[in-house]
Write a protein that binds this ligand. Sequence first.
Ligand SMILES: *Cc1c(COP(=O)(O)O)cnc(C)c1O
Length: 409
Amino acid sequence: MSDLFTDPSPDPSTQLIHHPYVPPAGFETVTTAVHKASTVIFPSVAALRNRDWKHKSGYTYGLHGTPTTFTLEARIATLEGGKYCTLVPSGLAAVTLVDMALLKAGDEVLIPDNAYGPNKAFAQGELAGWAISLQFYDAMNPADLAAKLNARTRLVWLEAPGSITLEFPDLTALVATVRAHNQTPGQAHPLGVITALDNTWGAGLAFNAFTLGVDLSMQALTKYPSGGADVLMGSVVTNNEALHHLIHLCHMRVGFGISGNDAELVLRGLNTMALRYAAQDAATRQLAAWLANQPQIAVVLHPALPGSPGHAEWQRDCTGAACLFSAVFKPDLSQTQIDHFCDSLKLFRLGYSWAGPMSLCVPYDVPAIRTTPWPHQGGLVRFSVGLEAVADLQADLAQALMAMQYSKG
Ligand SMILES: *Cc1c(COP(=O)(O)O)cnc(C)c1O
């Protein structure tokens, strides 16, 4: 091959492609280089035949990983205290990858009633169409999970806390319930019923999912690991090699690739993630406590607030909390007034997602998105606290509450 560059005969158009670039040796930097590839070049036919993408013994094709994505996988696995990581193009793709890898026609999946909405929607849509049945369970009641586990159950989703209503479940008790079921005679599946945690809120920082006994932990890297509100990505981490193999095979078959540029953004975000998590945690608790004392508010939901559902479990299992809290308004305030409150906010902008630099809020109709009883009458708004000054955010909430007071219901 090197003859090509001393031999003047190839046309310049050929030489533009077969260039003498060699990756720099001895160029050590803080950052990871952004490698982008579909094709990976093999030095010989023998190498092409021998390199096995299944065990990551080398690079085979862009979809199967690059030095950049392998580095990010290793860092996410380390963050979560796990061994194996698979990266996918969004947090939701991480959910659907787990479902597709583990569930077959005739199986059943159990999902917490307060789970991330699109997780439930995929099960009600595609999984139902593939003859995979679904039951919702009450994450705050391990006996309800125990009653719903059956011979067809293959996968149990966990989420801590619930996406909108922020109840923190007893993960240890839920995992123990599944393990007890796996011990019952007739539980023939070699891997048993698998527990998969949506760990986006904990982000690998608030608690260690594997210490609590879950089999799989997925995250929307879109949230804290990115931190920039500018990239979509997801991860699936496990310590179980057989389980990882199932995830990995499915990942290859569905073709969930991620771009080198996106991987770079997440690698950058990881450097500041622990600091951002702690800063946003402190700001969120301050604002949640303040809002809980305002006359328009019935209750503020945040696992670190005494009285919030699952506060004791959060205290037992966690060293921190994410940047989310939800406020339930007093029942005499109409949805129109609550909408007016949201529209009056100037720093909290209306938009989905969280853990980025900008504070956000979204009003939700909770009874419409759950089957378990909801004890509150008033409307709910979920807040995501960004990196702005806390005093400014508090002043923004105060002026919007005032604007709501003078609005007509
Ligand atoms: C955002 C989110 C997801 C999905 O992540 P995307 O990257 O937006 O697809 C999954 N679970 C939870 C709890 C989330 O907040």
